[in-house]
Design a protein around this ligand. Structure first.
Ligand code: SF4
Ligand code: SF4
Length: 203
């Protein structure tokens, strides 16, 4: 059923004095002189907040692994610990949690000493929805979402991240942002610059 909504008819004074027009113009003029909240991308780029879900990466072993979970998984999966390389323990939990598991290609590599390391870890991010389920599933805080969001590429092959690329994203993240406090905005000054501090409508 279509419900018709009628506007209140204007009275004679409102018609003569263009009251509605003046009201609309007042709103327009008020907004026209406020500070802009948009940025001049790509000349001005914002740093996304830490919890932003950008390109995925692998954190590398640097002594900051979650304990005792990391050591337990290393023992259970018979993993050779290589500092500076991916924390991945080849548990496949990320692939199982993913709604599009075919985007993962994960294979362990067996070493002569009987232990294993991650050999192949490819992710086809053309199929990824950046839902973050794989990140939540990773028991050793290896897989994570970075702040990389400029993901356009000239070929489909460039959308497939291999282990080397994932580790590189991880190293960069650990250097730049690992110690940063987790906040929605990069900092409060940043938020206030974009949004008016006293504008309760956007909180
Ligand atoms: S972010 Fe979501 S869709 Fe992308 S790989 Fe992880 S679980 Fe799969
Ligand atoms: S869940 Fe984490 S540790 Fe397990 S295979 Fe995936 S990335 Fe590697």
């Amino acid at each position: 059923m279509v419900k018709r909504v009628f506007q209140r008819p204007l009275n004679i004074i409102e018609r003569i004095l263009f009251i509605d027009f003046i009201k609309g113009l007042t709103v327009t003029l008020k907004q026209a002189f406020r500070r802009t909240i948009t940025t001049h991308y790509p000349y001005e780029k914002l740093t996304p907040p830490k919890r932003f879900r950008g390109f995925l990466g692998h954190k590398v072993i640097d002594g900051r692994e979650p304990q005792p979970a990391f050591n337990e998984w290393v023992e259970r999966m018979k993993i050779e610990v290589r500092p500076g390389h991916s924390r991945c323990v080849v548990c496949l939990l990320c692939k199982r949690a993913c709604p599009v598991p075919q985007l993962f290609e994960i294979e362990p590599e067996k070493l002569p000493n009987g232990k294993r390391v991650i050999g192949v870890f490819n992710m086809n991010l053309m199929l990824c929805t950046f839902c973050g389920l794989c990140v939540d599933a990773c028991p050793v805080d290896c897989l994570f979402n970075s702040d990389i969001h400029e993901t356009a590429s000239y070929s489909r092959k460039d959308a497939i991240l291999d282990l080397k690329a994932l580790e590189e994203i991880g190293r960069d993240w650990q250097r730049r942002r690992e110690k940063e406090e987790d906040k929605i905005w990069s900092d409060d000054e940043h938020r206030q610059r974009l949004w008016y501090e006293n504008d309760v409508s956007i909180r």
